[in-house]
Design a protein around this ligand. Structure first.
Ligand code: FES
Length: 141
């Protein structure tokens, strides 16, 4: 078991992404139990800790695939995800990492690009302005 966080670090009915070594884990706190699964959705790489927690399942924030928090099994189409054992001792939360899947699915959460804008004003749908070169001019004086 590896120390993951303190109890108050994860609000009730929410998830948080934590790094344990080089593995990103989504840790969830529900009224009845704590759960840990790999942090990255196997469908398109969304951060599962940002998903909606409901009935011992998490709904991926991007395309609504559902995963069982206890087993990691896919409750909708697609492949499941690795689940890890969680233990709470006092104020401390510990996770026992399951072995990484052989297909290399356990990517660091920084690998996902699906929610990251490709350019700063991506929300407007406009590409960035071309540089005028102004910033590259040498300073005078
Ligand atoms: S990225 Fe999770 S369902 Fe598509």
């Amino acid at each position: 078991m590896t120390f993951a966080c303190r109890v108050h670090d994860v609000p009730l009915d929410e998830g948080r992404t934590i790094m344990l070594g080089d593995r990103a884990i989504a840790l969830f706190r529900t009224p009845g139990a704590w759960y840990a699964i790999d942090a990255v959705c196997p469908h398109r790489g969304a951060p599962l800790a940002d998903g909606i927690v409901t009935d011992r399942a998490v709904i991926c924030p991007l395309h609504d695939h559902r995963y069982d928090l206890a087993t990691g099994a896919a409750l909708t189409a697609g492949e499941g995800i690795t689940a890890h054992a969680v233990e709470v001792r006092g104020d401390h939360v510990y996770v026992a990492l399951a072995p990484a899947p052989a297909n290399g699915r356990a990517r660091p959460v920084s690998d996902h690009r699906t929610r990251r804008p490709r350019w700063p004003n991506a929300a407007s749908g406009c590409p960035p302005r071309r540089s005028t070169g102004w910033s590259r001019r040498p300073r005078s004086g």
